[in-house]
Design a protein around this ligand. Structure first.
Ligand code: SAM
Ligand code: DTB
Ligand code: SF4
Length: 362
């Protein structure tokens, strides 16, 4: 077992990231093998329970209403629709369902009650349940925990400095506050970010500093390669090179030895050989399913062939943490507080975001 450090500096992490690739991969693979079974990969299926129409200006996101990306939005899915998706995911070998909503933050009320019911229903299928719903208060985190949530995904997305170049409608400190709220419960934390948005290597290292500083460190860290969607401010970004992805995964593994490192968005653009290098360098989790939230992901059959070729097996549910009990709504100790929290709105100007918004109006 490796020592867990919460005091990494950006330069130290950059030095690791910039090691000769063979040295970097060897170091990461060694740490990986000391802490995990290198042939087991945790598989999650994403379900977009509320798609599109989001009020935020996140420059990478096809679901932001202000950019024209051609996404067909929909209302919140029903509990039975979500149950069907969960059963399909289980049949295809997933141990976790991650429900994503294009919300800035959770608002108490009937829609949140419906999400809590989805959590209960999936939990009862003996699957791990994850949600990514935007910012949440402590009471909302407690209510999700009580319903049987296993993990909450809330990404820092980039370094504190570069975050300001990407998003103006929500703040980095509110992301940290949400993670702190989740930490007050037994729900595990899934938090990572995106590479390929035009950030520097110092920003990539800065994001890892922010994640490693968290105590405990997140149980899961998704590393997304930007999917550059037409209509978003980042539509012109060049695809992330496989070497950058391998370096980022390996560096994440080295600075967070116990964490599950999740190879996330961008797998569709990667070869299976490239993904194999990422697994060797410490990635031990993926999102499976023909779609991520709105963009394409490798076909389930192709992933199955890749697992077979590489001798990988899917992780069983509740291997790392206990199966959380589910409390029914009528027995809940927590009330709907009718919270309408004022999360921050920095509101500075980001030229790229403004230009994409203007273009969408024409
Ligand atoms: N609305 C919630 C929020 O922002 O926290 C949850 C859903 S949001 C789509 C979840 C994460 O997906 C984002 O934080 C971002 O890291 C990732 N993401 C969104 N669009 C992406 C893209 N085009 N490429 C890569 N990752 C993306
Ligand atoms: C995460 O880090 N990546 C996933 C999940 N958490 C919610 C989402 C990726 C979304 C990619 C763009 C899309 O499909 O809309
Ligand atoms: Fe909305 Fe989340 Fe997309 Fe930002 S990342 S626009 S908050 S759905």
């Amino acid at each position: 077992m490796n020592e867990i450090r919460h005091n990494w500096h950006t330069q130290e992490i950059m030095n690791i990231y910039n090691l000769p690739l063979m040295d970097l991969m060897h170091k990461a693979a060694t740490i990986h093998r000391e802490n995990h079974d290198p042939n087991v990969v945790q598989v999650s299926t994403l379900v977009s329970i509320k798609t599109g129409g989001c009020p935020e200006d996140c420059g990478y996101c096809p679901q932001a209403a202000r950019y024209h990306t051609g996404i067909k939005g929909n209302d919140l899915m029903t509990v039975s629709q979500v149950k069907d998706k969960a059963l399909q995911a289980k049949a295809s070998g997933s141990s976790r369902v991650c429900m994503g909503a294009a919300w800035r933050n959770v608002k108490d009320g009937p829609e949140f009650d419906q999400v809590l019911e989805m959590v209960r229903v999936i939990n009862k299928q003996d699957m791990e349940v994850c949600c990514t719903l935007g910012m949440i208060t402590e009471n909302q985190a407690q209510r999700l925990a009580e319903a049987g949530l296993y993990a909450y995904n809330h990404n820092l997305d980039s370094s504190r400095e570069y975050y300001q170049e990407v998003i103006s409608t929500r703040g980095f400190d509110d992301r940290l506050k949400t993670i702190e709220n989740v930490r007050k419960t037994n729900v595990t934390v899934c938090s990572g970010g995106i590479i390929g948005m035009g950030e520097s290597i110092a920003d990539r290292a800065g994001m890892l500093v922010a994640l490693t500083t968290l105590n405990p460190q997140p149980e899961s860290v998704p590393i997304n390669a930007l999917v550059a969607v037409t209509g978003t401010p980042m539509q012109e970004q060049q695809p992330v090179e496989i070497w950058d992805m391998v370096r980022m995964v390996a560096t994440t593994r080295i600075v967070m030895p116990h964490t599950q490192v999740r190879l996330s968005a961008g797998r569709k653009q990667m070869s299976q050989e490239g993904q194999a290098m990422c697994f060797y360098a410490g990635a031990n989790s993926i999102f499976s399913g023909d779609k991520l939230l709105t963009t394409d992901n490798p076909a389930v059959n192709d992933d199955a062939k890749m697992f077979k070729a590489l001798g990988l097996t899917s992780q069983k549910p509740f291997l790392k943490n206990v199966h959380p009990p589910t409390v029914e709504a009528k027995d809940s100790q927590y009330q709907d507080l009718g919270e309408k929290p004022k999360w921050s709105r920095p509101g500075h100007s980001i030229d790229k975001n403004k230009a994409a918004q203007l273009k969408a109006r024409i």
